[in-house]
Design a protein around this ligand. Sequence first.
Ligand code: NAD
Length: 381
Amino acid sequence: MSRMLSYGMVGGGKGSLIGPAHRRAIAMDGKAALCAGCFSRKEETNRQTGEEWGLDADRIYKDYIEMAAAEKNRPDGIDFVVIVTPNVSHYIIARTFLEAGIAVVCDKPLAMSVEEARQLCALAEQKELLFMVTYVYSGYTAVKQIRSMVEQGTIGRIRTIVGEYPQGWLAKEDMTGNRQAAWRLDPEQAGRSNTLADIGTHIENTVHRMTGLSIRRLMARMECTVPGRKLDDNSAVWVEYENGASGAYWASQIAIGHDNGLRIRIYGEKGSLHWFQEEGEKLLYYMEDGSRMEIHRGDAVIDSRAAAYDRMPGGHSEGWFGALANHYCNYIDCLCAQKAGEPYREKMDFPDVNDGLSGMQFIEACVESQEKGNVWIVLEE
Ligand SMILES: NC(=O)c1ccc[n+]([C@@H]2O[C@H](COP(=O)([O-])OP(=O)(O)OC[C@H]3O[C@@H](n4cnc5c(N)ncnc54)[C@H](O)[C@@H]3O)[C@@H](O)[C@H]2O)c1
């Protein structure tokens, strides 16, 4: 069964970064319409954003508490909520909607602590509500193709993985007036990490979804390179996976010259797979003899599970928006199936609340490693 769903949004007011991108990605496939929201704590911004997106005045709410209570009781209430506020409020907003029986999509990092993340996992399971955490990059067809090639044993047992995510936008000492920087560098609003929480978790999750591997232990060095900062802006992490393979991650926001340079290289005993987000529609496969194959979205060799997401023939870039839209497509299809009493678990192909928990375990272990003098920390099961 497939019908147009309705959704609401918390955060994502005019001038914010990621909320408007979510709205555009959802609109791409026309499977859900924005019907309710609390986009900002500022009354004027909230109202203007709701009006701009065509909402009825009575569904532009003053806060998320009022919104959850009202939507829960409407016969045409929202099917899911999208949470795109700064990190500090993810947990309480997600919990409020889950308790109201409304499915949740939340941006990363899921919460401020492992404990909060565990509570959300338990609540989502107890209420049987689908919960997506928008680690965008596993939505790329090329990333799904890497997952298939790893599963099929194309590169054999994985030996080592290198992941990096350099950005340069926080290199300036004075970031006055930049709203995204203001909360990301404030421990009260961002949590115990800036860079590792903001983009290091993208490395952790993309590697996990490409390979299925989870981290067994890690050692982190988190640096504040700009004087006066309370949270990391340049961090490196050594990791060891459950299969004994090693990994090295670097996440930086003071790397001048880089925009969103997420790059993952996976080295196995029979070959290697390389993916670079800024050219995200292709991947490189190196064979044992060093010869290489460049595989593009749209090529006939792309696995049918990955190719099923294509909207356009290869060569017409779908990019980051297409990747986020892919997650929403799958999430909404699963939600429709669940509502119709049809099987949906085997269709689920989006990062969920457990991915969010793993991200929090990664952040907390990195902080513990740093605080104890860059020692190895074993991650909790
Ligand atoms: N998945 C990704 O690739 C990605 C990329 C960027 C940001 N993010 C995540 O998205 C979240 C938002 O980041 P951003 O850069 O868009 O921040 P932002 O500061 O640009 O926007 C935050 C918005 O939330 C609103 N807001 C804050 N508290 C609110 C509340 N209690 N109720 C209603 N609205 C509220 C603000 O008014 C603002 O409109 C963060 O958790 C961030 O880590 C994820």
